[in-house]
Write a protein that binds this ligand. Structure first.
Ligand code: GLN
Length: 335
């Protein structure tokens, strides 16, 4: 564990602002145009219904921390949120239980293995380690407030809707398609239960997890949800507080380490932003204090990350100056 002492030290922040609205609009349209011809990647089909997605769909959206909105292409086309739900449910779980409890129960480190890995659990004595892959996300869903699965589902749906600033619709077809084919997630749930890492019935928790993955969002909503985490926990469009600023910081740290599965290190190296992807083709990337980008296009790379979404967000990270690790020398007076 990293030694920490935060007693009596207020969290100061170091962030800038995005360029003016017109410049951001221009760059969002440019990023969309430039990458819409990209043809690589495969649409996921291990959840049968996802295989029917139109590979040509491509939406991009940016929402800044003042609530300014930019949409390009299919930015309003809805798709199931899938794994991207993990980061927002994780934020809600920290809000409920606090930094230490969630850190100790779920963990904050990258497993270095694929998102549905059983090995990752076995190699770590049943400790999920990482809330951004399936085992850790199922353990996180179990922590959500609610005395029974329906109550937990309600707190998840309400919480994710508050991030989006509107009631998120549930996609019954996606849910049924996944629930009939999710033996692997049920196996992960039972394995967690066998190690005493899950309280309650594991199949019921996996069912709630599958429902959270079946909420529909367009890229536009992802950008609003991400911008809420960029804005210290206040939704910049509705003005409503969803989680605390400390919860945003904790969530984004974990997302930076693990949001693109086993490619997270490469992503941070190339793009320099906390981002979370999902198997239906969405990615949300968050620039703390500035805003967020949401992108959607179904064809995925071999790790399960949307190819066009990665390209478009990479373009914006560079052109909008979002990379957290980039700096330029300060101007000094001539000697
Ligand atoms: N619902 C999907 C699953 O559990 C989510 C995975 C993902 O988006 N990577 O398999």
């Amino acid at each position: 564990m990293i030694p920490t002492d935060t007693e009596g030290i207020d969290q100061a922040v170091a962030t800038g602002a995005l360029p003016g609205w017109e410049r951001v609009e221009e760059l969002v349209l440019e990023a969309h145009r430039r990458h819409s011809g990209e043809a690589s990647g495969e649409v996921a089909d291990y959840i049968p219904i996802l295989g029917a997605a139109d590979p040509a769909l491509f939406g991009l959206a940016v929402v800044d921390a003042t609530g300014g909105v930019h949409d390009a292409g299919d930015a309003l086309h809805p798709f199931s949120i899938q794994s991207i739900s993990k980061m927002f449910v994780y934020a809600l779980a920290i809000q409920e239980h606090g930094h230490e409890t969630v850190r100790d129960i779920v963990g904050v480190n990258n497993t270095g293995l694929s998102f549905n890995s059983v090995m990752a659990l076995e190699l770590n004595g049943g400790h999920p380690m990482n809330p951004m892959v399936n085992a850790g996300a199922i353990a996180t869903t179990a922590l959500m407030p609610g005395a029974d699965p329906d109550a937990k589902w309600e707190s998840i749906r309400d919480g994710l809707s508050a991030f989006a600033g509107r009631e998120l619709p549930f996609d019954d077809d996606v849910y049924h398609s996944e629930i009939q084919t999710n033996e692997r997630n049920r196996a992960l749930g039972r394995l967690l239960g066998s190690y005493g890492r899950l309280t309650g019935d594991s199949d019921e928790i996996v069912d709630v997890y599958t429902r959270q993955c079946s909420l529909n969002v367009p890229a536009h909503d992802l950008a609003v949800m991400g911008a809420t985490l960029a804005d210290g926990g206040v939704n910049p469009v509705t003005g409503r507080r969803v989680v605390s600023a400390d919860v945003c910081r904790d969530t984004l740290a974990v997302v930076a380490a693990s949001g693109l599965y086993e490619r997270s290190g490469e992503w941070l190296f190339e793009i320099g932003l906390p981002a979370k992807s999902g198997v239906s083709g969405g990615i949300v990337a968050v620039a703390p204090g500035k805003g967020a980008a949401g992108a959607f296009s179904p064809p995925l790379d071999s790790a399960g990350n949307s190819v066009r979404a990665q390209l478009a967000i990479g373009h914006l990270s560079r052109s909008l100056g979002l990379n957290l690790f980039a700096s330029a020398p300060m101007t000094r007076a001539e000697e």
